[in-house]
Ligand binder design. Structure first.
Ligand code: ATP
Length: 259
């Protein structure tokens, strides 16, 4: 993989669009003090996702937007693109990969990979195991070597890890550990819910037993009522038959008397 080109517009001292082509071999940029040489490495670091403005020698994020000069008004936007020749090192299916970062004076910030908008996380992931991360050893600014040698062992370890390309795995491990912690918390929550449900089980079992008894008694009561109705219907039918017989006899007697 090779860095082919840097394009910057509105970044720090670059009020006009600049394009720097990087050929094979070493590219040296020379110029008088204060002409913007370090601004170029700042631009590279910025596109790669640098979030700490102090590492870009500023105090506020808008310090990286061209602030104006005696001849020119300030700009409201800064945009830098790095164009890489991708030999497969970057995990995307493009031979040429352009990574762009844009910042508006309003504070709004945008990232692009091949002109498609993306998240900062995507930029980090793109370079994660390449050793070109924004906090790796691939960009060493002025006085940086001294800082690295004097840094705490754990910070120095982070530099080596980034350079060796194992940051991606460390990030994945952190993400996995976070998911594991989330899952453990969920498990605890499920256990709490289960305990809560278990305390409700006994009263629920008592209610269920009462309901079963009620249903059985209700069924028996309904059957008794049906039996009672059937018996009284039979009694009434017998009484009716007896009365009809009496009526027949009375009619016969009445007819005999009339005759
Ligand atoms: P040296 O050789 O002394 O290290 P250099 O060539 O690396 O210098 P830089 O430090 O890259 O120079 O650039 C500093 C210049 O950039 C200063 O002139 C400064 O005014 C200018 N500069 C920085 N930020 C901005 C900004 N936001 N707007 C306009 N100019 C800026």
């Amino acid at each position: 993989m090779q860095l082919k080109r840097l394009e910057a517009y509105g970044f720090k001292s670059f009020a006009d669009k600049i394009t720097i082509e990087f050929d094979h071999g070493i590219t040296a940029i020379v110029g008088p003090n204060g002409s913007g040489k370090s601004n170029i490495t700042d631009a590279v670091r910025w596109v790669l996702g640098e979030q700490n403005i102090r590492n870009l020698r500023g105090t506020r994020s808008e310090d990286i937007i061209f602030a104006g000069s005696a001849q020119r008004r300030p700009l409201n936007i800064a945009e830098v693109s790095l164009i890489f020749d991708n030999d497969g090192t970057l995990p995307v299916d493009f031979r040429e990969v352009a990574v762009t970062r844009r910042l508006y004076r309003s504070g709004e910030s945008e990232y692009f990979i091949n002109r498609s908008r993306c998240r900062l996380k995507d930029i980090y992931q793109l370079f994660a195991d390449t050793g070109i991360g924004h906090d790796g050893m691939s960009i060493i600014g002025q006085n940086r070597m001294e800082d690295i040698l004097n840094s705490r062992p754990e910070d120095r370890r982070a530099f080596f890890e980034e350079t060796a390309g194992i940051t991606k795995f460390r990030d994945r491990k952190r993400e996995t550990v976070r998911k594991l912690t989330d899952t453990e918390n969920n498990l605890l929550r499920v256990q709490d819910i289960m305990q809560e449900i278990e305390t409700q089980l006994e009263p629920l079992a008592r209610h269920a037993e009462k309901t079963r008894q009620y249903n059985a008694l209700h069924e028996a009561y309904r059957r008794c009522q049906l039996t009672k109705l059937a018996r009284s219907a039979k009694r009434e039918a017998e009484r009716k038959a007896a009365n009809e017989e009496k009526l027949g006899k009375a009619r016969d007697e009445a007819l005999a008397l009339e005759t």
